[in-house]
Design a protein around this ligand. Structure first.
Ligand code: SF4
Ligand code: SF4
Length: 212
């Protein structure tokens, strides 16, 4: 099995390779290869919201969809599915940095080479062998981002280089701003995010869970 095969199978469910790295004995899944999976945009949201998990009234349809789809994919590949939610808790932030495709941004959120500040990981697959890694020679997009709009995008300066004032953020969200229907303005301000293709409907789904 090659990473190309994994990518092709993942793409059938609108998931994309968001980074790959070699794990060691010190990592909970053990030595081998970890492939991080994220939404393959544009088109991810239209795909998942047609799934059965979104047709019932049980909570967490996106997490349930991720668990079902990525577990099935891992089974087909002889690997193990890992998730950034539920238990056990896996260090996806650390794994993202180790993949060489995500970095700390000036506002301290992760920024990804494809998803920008809209990065999210739906899960990962651990393979019990060391696959050939793709070259990850890219630098953080922040290096060439002269205007750095993320630093000034929050209307109440709740998210800046100085950190995240979660109380100020929630107080603003209580007023029903565009953040609720389109997503965090800091995340949307990033040019990499803007080119990614995440829909407002998906951002609104996440915001509703963050600020019910
Ligand atoms: S807006 Fe620019 S500086 Fe901020 S996260 Fe995006 S690329 Fe980096
Ligand atoms: S969601 Fe809105 S208020 Fe909260 S940090 Fe983002 S831009 Fe600021």
């Amino acid at each position: 099995m090659t990473l190309d095969t994994l990518r092709a199978l993942a793409a059938e469910d609108r998931l994309a390779d968001f980074g790959v790295f070699h794990s060691t004995e010190d990592d909970a899944p053990g030595p081998g290869t970890i492939v991080l999976l994220g939404p393959d945009e544009p088109g991810f949201w239209a795909h998942v919201t047609n799934a059965p998990e979104f047709a019932d009234t049980r909570p967490d349809p996106l997490d349930r969809w991720s668990r079902r789809v990525i577990s099935a994919l891992a089974d087909r590949l002889g690997g193990t599915a890992l998730f950034p939610f539920g238990t056990p808790l896996h260090p996806f932030m650390t794994w993202a940095l180790r993949s060489g495709r995500a970095w700390a941004s000036p506002v301290q959120l992760l920024v990804h080479d494809r998803a920008g500040l809209m990065v999210s990981y739906r899960g990962a697959i651990h393979l019990g062998y060391r696959a050939d890694l793709p070259s990850t020679t890219s630098d953080s997009p922040c290096r060439d981002c002269r205007s750095q709009p993320c630093l000034t995008a929050c209307p109440v300066t709740a998210l800046t280089s100085g950190g995240y004032d979660i109380a100020a953020c929630h107080a603003w969200l209580d007023t029903g701003p565009a953040c609720m229907s389109q997503g965090c303005e800091v995340r949307r301000a990033c040019p990499v995010s803007r080119g990614y293709g995440r829909t407002d409907a998906q951002s609104a789904f996440h915001m509703e869970r963050f600020h019910p």
